[in-house]
Design a protein around this ligand. Sequence first.
Ligand code: HEC
Ligand code: HEC
Length: 293
Amino acid sequence: MTGHSPEIDPHTGVETTGHEWDGIKELNNPLPRWWRFVFWASVVVAIGYWILMPAWPALPGLQGNTTGVLQQSDRTDVASDIAAMRQDRAALSARLAAVDASTILRDHDLSQLALSLGESAFGDNCATCHGAGGRGAKGFPRLADDVWLWGGKLEEIERTLRYGIRSGHPETRTSEMPAFGRDELLPQDQIEDLAQYVMQKSGQRADAAAAMRGQPLFETNCVSCHGSDLQGDRSKGAVNLTDKDWIYGGDAATIRRTIYGPRNGVMPAWVDRLDPATIRALAIYVHSLGGGE
Ligand code: HEC
Ligand code: HEC
């Protein structure tokens, strides 16, 4: 190593630094100016960033991190995004509850909102009884079909949802099928004959003689609700007994048990538990399941 005496390398024409090892001289090729500029600029930006934004973890034993003078926080951003979305939804929900039902069905945005709101509210509140997607369960009518006990128009479904069925609400839909056996209105053999008559009328194998004895009994005890053609009566929620769709079951034993002591199923009233927009959305969802009228 020799002293500092600027010297030009004869091969490259570049100044050397004056450093020399075993006859090899170091050329003085400084870092390009642009590179140094970028380097110092990043240093400045980094320092600025540490000051403005959350950056350094806290010292060991302390919570959190430096927050930066801008107090920027992704968590706060998300919260305010959600608040904005809620507000948008609240506006749509208010419209959902305000306009009449048939308007909603014609409005694409509103009915899409209703269907998605309705589907999730159904999962939360209704699927426990009516099954996922309203497919029904024993004792709980299937909603995903065009068979209706009380009515399949949007307004009728909404009314059912608001006030329930035998729910105890003052405006509930209600009717009581008498307990012909339990309350000793009919003897057991007549109940059997009635069951055979219902079997026959619903297109199943039945004891013809018993069914014949059952017909006049049906005329006196049952037509007031189920009708002489057994097609049922929606004003009383009386089931159509001629189709394959049963709430409790269409086999002889279940029919006999129903006549002996019907359950008169209870559907809760939702008017005090869900807001009007949600009830509306549920009605539209149920209406869309397959059998809306
Ligand atoms: C505790 C069980 C239960 C829950 C929860 C329940 N339901 Fe029901 N629902 C019933 C029963 C039982 C009936 C049939 C009552 C009858 O025999 O008429 C019924 C009937 C209905 C009907 C009338 C169907 C027709 O054919 O007319 C509709 C519509 C309905 N429910 C929708 C809903 C919706 C929507 C929800 C959720 C908000 C819901 N239900 C929650 C038990 C329930
Ligand atoms: C006051 C009206 C009324 C009378 C009278 C009545 N029913 Fe009913 N019936 C109903 C109602 C309402 C239901 C459904 C309610 C429930 O149990 O959830 C029903 C349900 C039934 C069912 C169950 C259907 C199913 O889907 O599982 C059978 C079967 C039936 N009735 C047969 C009869 C027979 C037979 C008689 C006469 C002996 C009779 N009912 C008299 C109102 C009546």
